[in-house]
Design a protein around this ligand. Structure first.
Ligand SMILES: [Zn+2]
Length: 644
């Protein structure tokens, strides 16, 4: 094929049509073709093997993408379940493939002297994936690895289930609801005894911990929350840590964290400890400064209070933001009407990256809420994006970007979807920030969709880098000029600059102690995998003392409810790691003109469009003209919030 101009987006069934047969063909058809290719890999000429491997992975990626998307967004439960089943099949295919000695042998035989740099990289990464799966180990080790994998999946699921199914409640007097928003109070009526029962879910816990003025009730609610999964998950976690450790050792690594870090920017387990300690040191001063402000304010209510702890920090942070930074969330939201925000997002990112979005009103999708746009750059269509932004029953209830099709030059256009849950009317500013964040992933997916190798397509960089572009794009949602271009109230008045300044100052308050709390989480995630302590509770309390500036409360067990130990395992540091790089990337932009084409286009071409074709550290260095560092992040931490 030549060029991508004749490529067409994937055609989907219409909303309300029968998606079953289409979904089955898209996934099982792709897996069947991939299976066919797998069986013939060994017969290929060595010179053709890598190309065949790429074609196989295009099929596999297509199956994965559509199954994981549809499982989360389709309005019909039966279709979502069918998609989940197809996801399991794709996963099984992948596991078997990576433990297939014949496939490994075929790829290992590929001649390296004729490969260009990109092909060389694909080959190296693929052989590394094979070795990390254990394909080159003896049969006994491979079967042990298979067993450990299965046990790890079971334990990880049990750990999540232990949190999800722990329906703990706390009873508080109706008077404890004083200070909470009216609609929240209306949703929490008191029983015959005059008490209100609260669950440990976020929608109950977070507003209560933020707004309730009843210190005793807050403490009891937080105690319940921090005992989620206790005691069952303690043993589950103990075994999960042991299984992961054994898995890593079988593959020649000293510990799980080191095995996991090998394919990340951070590179080795020991570097995680160094990173955590350096961020903890850098945030100490700012953290202490803001904790002192919280304590001073708390003493106005309770002169005897000794410390800011996990049961009162959120409340006093809110009080300080309201009283000292004068940010009224009710006033802020009048400027963020959904329809204007969505158009604003497209205008802002279009201008920034030189992209054009053409709405495709007749593009079929799974639901009528979904809007579709063709994205082009310099007249060339890069792909199609879909925005699915409002809640509905059975839909994924967080915010995320999903792939629909990974773009491959001359083969298929990039297509991606934003899945969020915003109101149809006025939005909170937090929602606007989330929208910009997630759109950062989507634009990354589309811009990096013109590589020959599917391995490099889209958000294909190391896992501890993927958040950085999105975290950086959040800055545009905090800029007064940018916001004024689309955030207008019902009379058409743009959001005032001084309100944005106060919003920013309020947001900045607490960044030091919040960084310390993040480092406590990161230390728990890393240290538990490294040390596998017998008494996990005791070790977690020590780590709490070492890192968190917010005091713990007695008789709680943070680790049994820390769900990220399942997905992130030892790598919870990644969020902060990306944040450090995001601040460094942003330092190259002109703060007085965030749209300046020089840095914006260089960033688009050198970082985003490059996808996974280089190591993330090299992409960042290409853009910045130097290796990345933590200077911008440290300067940001040290900056006091603006005049209060
Ligand atoms: Zn993200």
């Amino acid at each position: 094929m030549t060029g991508s101009e004749q490529l067409q987006p994937l055609s989907l069934p219409a909303a309300g049509a029968d998606w079953g047969p289409w979904l089955d063909e898209r996934c099982r058809g792709s897996l069947a073709r991939a299976g066919e290719m797998r069986s013939k890999l060994a017969d290929r000429e060595p010179g053709d093997v890598l190309g065949a491997w790429n074609e196989l992975h295009v099929e596999l990626a297509n199956a994965f993408a559509v199954a994981s998307l549809i499982a989360q967004v389709h309005p019909e439960q039966a279709i979502r379940e069918q998609a989940e089943q197809l996801e399991v099949e794709a996963n099984r295919f992948h596991t078997e493939l990576m433990l297939d000695p014949a496939a490994f042998a075929a790829l290992s035989a590929a001649p390296t002297d004729t490969l260009d740099e990109a092909a060389q990289r694909v080959l190296e990464k693929s052989l590394r994936d094979f070795r990390r799966a254990g394909v080159d180990r003896d049969e006994a080790t491979r079967s042990q690895l298979r067993e450990l994998n299965e046990r790890e999946v079971e334990l990880a699921q049990a750990f999540s289930r232990g949190i999800r199914d722990d329906n703990r409640t706390t009873t508080v007097p109706a008077s404890a609801l004083k200070g909470l928003p009216e609609d929240w109070v209306a949703d929490h009526p008191s029983g015959d005894d005059g008490n209100v029962t609260l669950s440990t879910d976020y929608p109950d816990t977070v507003p209560f911990m933020t707004f309730s003025v009843d210190a005793d009730a807050r403490r009891r609610v937080m105690t319940s929350f921090l005992n989620g999964g206790w005691p069952e998950n303690d043993a589950v976690l103990g075994e999960l840590l042991a299984v992961r450790h054994q898995h890593a050792q079988l593959l020649g690594h000293s510990d799980w964290a080191d095995f996991d870090a090998e394919v990340k920017m951070i590179g080795r387990g020991g570097a995680i400890a160094e990173f955590i300690d350096s961020i903890a040191a850098d945030s100490l001063e700012a953290g202490r400064r803001d904790i002192a402000i919280l304590l001073e304010r708390a003493r106005q209510d309770d002169p005897g209070i000794e410390a800011i702890d996990v049961a009162n920090w959120r409340h006093y942070a809110e009080v300080v933001r309201r009283e000292q930074f004068d940010v009224d969330a009710q006033e802020v939201r009048t400027y963020f009407d959904f329809t204007k925000v969505r158009q604003g997002l497209l205008d802002v990112t279009g201008r920034l990256f030189g992209l054009e979005y053409a709405e495709v009103p007749d593009a079929p999708s799974w639901h009528d809420d979904v809007t579709a746009y063709d994205v082009s750059l310099d007249g060339e269509v890069l792909g199609r994006i879909r925005l699915d932004l409002h809640p509905r029953d059975g839909k994924y209830n967080h915010a995320a970007q999903f792939d629909l099709v990974p773009g491959v030059r001359g083969v298929q256009l990039a297509e991606g979807v934003l899945v969020c849950n915003f109101p149809r009317g006025l939005m909170e500013h937090d929602d606007v920030v989330t929208l910009f964040h997630e759109f950062g992933h989507l634009v990354h997916h589309v811009l990096a969709g013109r590589h020959d190798w599917v391995r490099f397509s889209g958000v294909a960089t190391e896992w501890d880098f993927v958040e950085a572009p999105s975290q950086m794009l959040e800055e545009w949602a905090w800029d007064a000029d940018v916001l004024a271009s689309f955030a207008t109230d019902s009379a058409g008045t743009p959001i005032p600059e001084e309100l944005v300044t106060r919003m920013r100052a309020g947001e900045e308050f607490g960044k030091g102690f919040l960084a310390r709390t993040q480092m406590f989480y990161a230390a728990v995630s890393y240290r538990l995998h490294l040390e596998r302590p017998k008494d996990i509770t005791a070790r977690v309390l020590e780590l709490h003392d070492d890192y968190n500036l917010i005091r713990p409360i007695p008789d709680t067990h943070f680790h049994t409810g820390f769900g990220h130990l399942e997905g992130y395992s030892s790598a919870y540091y990644t969020y902060m790691w990306s944040q450090v790089i995001a601040k460094d990337l942003f330092s190259a932009f002109d703060k007085d003109d965030l749209f300046a084409a020089g840095p914006a286009h260089a960033y688009r071409d050198k970082v985003l469009a490059a996808g996974g074709s280089k190591d993330a550290a090299d992409l960042v260095a290409d853009f910045l003209g130097r290796p990345y560092n933590a200077d911008a992040f440290k300067a940001w931490l040290d900056e006091a919030p603006e005049e209060r």
